[in-house]
Every structure is written in structure tokens, then in C-alpha cells.
Ligand binder design. Structure first.
Ligand SMILES: Nc1ncnc2c1ncn2[C@@H]1O[C@H](COP(=O)(O)OP(=O)(O)OP(=O)(O)O)[C@@H](O)[C@H]1O
Length: 238
């Protein structure tokens, strides 16, 4: 279980404070308007953003004393940080060993993960020769190969067309179940949250204003979530 208890960061413009629990094998979607604090929340968990107070625990151990490299966390961004001069295989390998010197076990992990995400045929190619969807599969493979229990995704598939987005979300869903990952997914698409998330947290002005299952999207409680979803007065009355 990943637990955030009043985990706060204070900036001159805004205070962000989050209380959230996320279980292994589950996807929590973080939705909310631009500037609400979604990406900063992921950065706080990953250790890339300052924390002023509160608790951050995984399996009852505090992550706060740990540097980013030592946290049980891996992150995938929309810009997947692939290295263009390296092969797909090397791009996955670098997530396991910066020197690219791999053990036999690590080599086996790469082959297995490539198979799971459907890029076995692409391992010798360079990322520049791949489609956007294939590149994001490689980025996801790099994250999965690291075998970290917490996977953070910041709008990873936003640039893809809807069919491809859903295909990759379904892949994420199956890998979350299979590897019992704890997944936090930032998305600007409520339809993505509805498709794959076990839980949805609506973030507004640095706080989680509402959370629940996907029913939240059909029956929002606060005016802020209604406004975010684009509900007008007609829908509210219906
Ligand atoms: N390093 C920082 N310095 C100052 N303010 C910061 C810093 N990091 C985050 N913030 C504050 O946190 C707010 C939330 O930003 P964040 O990028 O997390 O929002 P977001 O919900 O991910 O937005 P978007 O959907 O547009 O990516 C910012 O508007 C800013 O007030």
C-alpha cells in the first residue's frame, strides 16, 4: 500500500497537500484542471519535488529519507526520454544498468518485457524509426523492466490517437494486474480514467477534492468537478 498523509509542499503561489492511499494491483487516475498539482504530486512521490511536511509510506516504510534513485518508483512521461542513438534493446537496458552491462537475468527480463508489451520484433531498431505508439511501448517496457512496485505515469499516451491510447491503456491494465503494480496515472482524459482506473482522484487547487470509483464521473458531487467535466445547468438538472 502506498500512503500519502497530508503530504504538503508550500510554494509562494500555492500550497499543495495530498492524502491518498493506493493498493498494489490497482490504478489510481489523477484528474483535474491545469495547474491543480497532478504532476507535482507524482514528483513528490518520486523524490523530484520538495516536501515541507507530511508522510509518504510504502508497505509501512517511509520513502522520505530515500533519494529518488533508491525509491521503489519508476516514472513514464509523455515525452518518454528515449535515447535516439541507441537501439530499442539498449533503451530498455539502460533502465536496468546505466553502463549497459547486464547480467543474464537482466537480459532475460528485457526479452520477457519486450514480449509482454509487443515489441519483440523491434529490439534492434532505433526509436526514430518507430511510430509514436511503438515509442511509448518502449518507454513502458523500460519502466516495467526496472521491476519497481510503484509506477507513475504522467499523461503517457496523450499524444496518441484514441484507438492507440485505449490499446496501451489496456496493456497497462493487464501489466498492473500481472505484476501487482501500484499505479498512479495522470490524465487529461476522463474517458481514460473511466476505462482503466480502479479509483479516481479529482485534484483541484493543490488538494484532492473528490475521490471514488468511476461512478464519480457519472455523479460528481462538487461544483468544481462538474465544471471540470463540462457539465452545464441542463445536465445538472437531469
Ligand atoms: N518548483 C515550483 N516552484 C513554484 N511553484 C511550483 C513548483 N512546483 C509546483 N508548483 C506549483 O504547483 C502548481 C501545480 O503545478 P502542476 O504542474 O503540478 O499542475 P498540473 O495539475 O500537473 O498541471 P498540468 O495539467 O497543466 O500539467 C503550479 O501552478 C505551481 O503553483
Amino acid at each position: 500500500m502506498l500512503q500519502l498523509i497530508e503530504l504538503c509542499a508550500r510554494y509562494p503561489e500555492q500550497e499543495l497537500c495530498f492524502t491518498l492511499s493506493a493498493k498494489a494491483g490497482e490504478i489510481t487516475a489523477l484528474i483535474g484542471p491545469s495547474g491543480a498539482g497532478k504532476s507535482t504530486l507524482l514528483a513528490m512521490i518520486g523524490g523530484f519535488s520538495a516536501i515541507d511536511s507530511g508522510q509518504l509510506c510504502h508497505e509501512n516504510q517511509s520513502l522520505l529519507p530515500l533519494s529518488p534513485a533508491h525509491r521503489p518508483v519508476t516514472t513514464l512521461f509523455q515525452d518518454n526520454n528515449l535515447f535516439w542513438h541507441m537501439s530499442v534493446y539498449q533503451n530498455i537496458a539502460i533502465g536496468l544498468s546505466p553502463s549497459l552491462r547486464l547480467t543474464t537475468d537482466q537480459e532475460a527480463i528485457i526479452v520477457q518485457v519486450a514480449n509482454h508489451v509487443g515489441i519483440s520484433e523491434l529490439l534492434e531498431r532505433k526509436p526514430s524509426s518507430l511510430s509514436g505508439g511503438q515509442q511509448q511501448r518502449v518507454g513502458l517496457a523500460r519502466c516495467l523492466a526496472r521491476r519497481q512496485p510503484i509506477l507513475l505515469l504522467d499523461e503517457p499516451f496523450s499524444a496518441l490517437d484514441p484507438a492507440l491510447r485505449f490499446e496501451l491503456l489496456d496493456l497497462l491494465r493487464s501489466q498492473t494486474n500481472q505484476l501487482q503494480l501500484t499505479v498512479l496515472l495522470v490524465t487529461h482524459h476522463p474517458d481514460e480514467a473511466a476505462r482503466v482506473a480502479d479509483n479516481i482522484a479529482f485534484i483541484h487547487d493543490g488538494r484532492i477534492l473528490e475521490q471514488g470509483t468511476k461512478e464519480l464521473l457519472a455523479a460528481p458531487y462538487t461544483q468544481e468537478l462538474k465544471a471540470y467535466l463540462g457539465w452545464g445547468s441542463c445536465e445538472e438538472k437531469a
